[in-house]
Design a binder for this molecule. Structure first.
Ligand code: ACO
Length: 335
């Protein structure tokens, strides 16, 4: 059995935050940020906007393009590190979409690589049998975990959601041509959002008795990143991972139509494209408008490229996600 991508969609919050806006709160500028990162604007969740709401919007658009009824969805994978419920948000999306058969829905947490893991997981479910339509959503709101006093990180991130529908097909039509996935827990120290723990002062039970131990309470702190180390990791691992995925697909970088990387930094995108000898006109980038949207960045950029007519039916895309964990992964897909 094969699987193919049959629809995509995306959604972003309405509030746009420019580099000049950020220069009012931290010591930075609209010169430094574009030169070092390629970013000019990002979207930020505010007011009544929710990440779950964005994910539902993106999913609806993907289902509409795919002409798949929510009742025919067999699995919903929500790739996010910023779920609005510690227990996961995917079932809420399944409910909001009105998938009446109660298909399985669960979260995948792998930061900026999440969407690649979701895509490959969808393919594995379909190839294993019993699943025909899998909705893969990448959605993150890292603005909630940004330290707005840290100019090294607050300029980088934005909020968004993107989705694709992966559908079962005959093996001759297979659209996932090769993939390669990795993680390295040793690099976790370079990029993380640790929990802060404190002993609870509510050890007193409802009957007035006190527990024999102080239970812990925890919450998440802010994004902590060693940008230089993360940059080095991408230069070392991303081109190699794409080359492995291409090898598995029996292709070389000269035979791809598009290179679509996680939108973290234009310098990373340019360096990987140069290493793989992919010319700039075959590189997809929308980082300028949205910043690093974590698990959403690849489906968001894909959706824009498809809807603008850049990516056409039959085009081969080399996609790669990388980020916290550390995790990284690549897939060669035919649109
Ligand atoms: N504005 C102005 N100056 C700044 C800013 C800013 N926003 N941020 C840092 N600087 C200063 C630094 O303080 C430093 O000053 P100094 O020389 O006086 O000490 C100088 O600029 C250079 O700082 P570096 O950190 O060396 O800058 P670098 O060129 O490495 O760029 C950046 C920093 C953009 C963060 C880069 O390292 C990067 O993009 N790394 C990859 C990060 C990444 O992709 N992370 C996301 C992974 S995805 C995920 O899973 C979440």
């Amino acid at each position: 059995k094969g699987c193919k991508l049959v629809g995509c969609g995306s959604a972003v919050p309405t509030l746009q935050v420019s580099n000049d806006d950020l220069a009012k709160i931290v010591d930075t500028s609209d010169e430094w940020i574009p030169v070092r990162t390629g970013i000019r604007n990002r979207r930020v969740l505010t007011g009544k906007d929710s990440l779950t709401g964005l994910a539902v919007e993106a999913a609806k658009r993907a289902l509409q393009m795919a002409q798949v009824d929510p009742d025919d969805v067999d699995l919903v994978l929500l790739c996010t590190s910023t779920a609005e419920d510690l227990f996961g948000s995917a079932p809420q999306i399944q409910k909001a979409l009105g998938c009446k058969r109660n298909p399985l829905a669960y979260d995948i947490t792998a930061a900026c690589s999440g969407f690649m893991l979701g895509l490959v997981s969808a393919a594995c479910y379909i190839r294993g049998g019993g699943f025909n339509n899998v909705l893969v959503i990448g959605a993150d709101a890292l603005s909630r975990y940004v330290d707005w006093t840290d100019r090294g990180t607050c300029i980088l991130f934005g909020d968004a959601a993107g989705a694709v529908v992966v559908q079962a097909c005959d093996s001759e039509e297979d659209g996932l041509l090769g993939f390669d996935l990795h993680s390295d827990g040793d690099g976790q120290r370079h990029l993380n959002v640790p929990i802060t723990e404190k002993e609870s002062d509510h050890a007193l039970g409802s009957n007035g008795s006190v527990l024999g131990f102080p239970p812990k309470r925890s919450s998440y702190s802010c994004i902590q990143m060693n940008g230089k180390e993360v940059f080095r990791f991408t230069a070392r691992c991303v081109p190699q991972s794409i080359e492995y995925a291409l090898q598995k697909a029996g292709l070389t970088s000269s035979s791809i139509d598009w290179l679509l990387l996680h939108q973290a930094n234009q310098r990373i995108i340019d360096a990987v494209a140069t290493r793989l000898e992919v010319p700039p006109e075959r590189v997809i980038s929308n980082l300028e408008n949205y910043g690093n949207t974590s698990a959403a960045s690849i489906p968001l950029a894909l959706d824009e490229a498809v809807r603008s007519g850049k990516v056409k039916s039959g085009h081969i895309i080399a996609a790669s996600g990388f980020g916290a964990g550390l995790t990284w992964g690549s897939a060669i897909v035919r649109w």
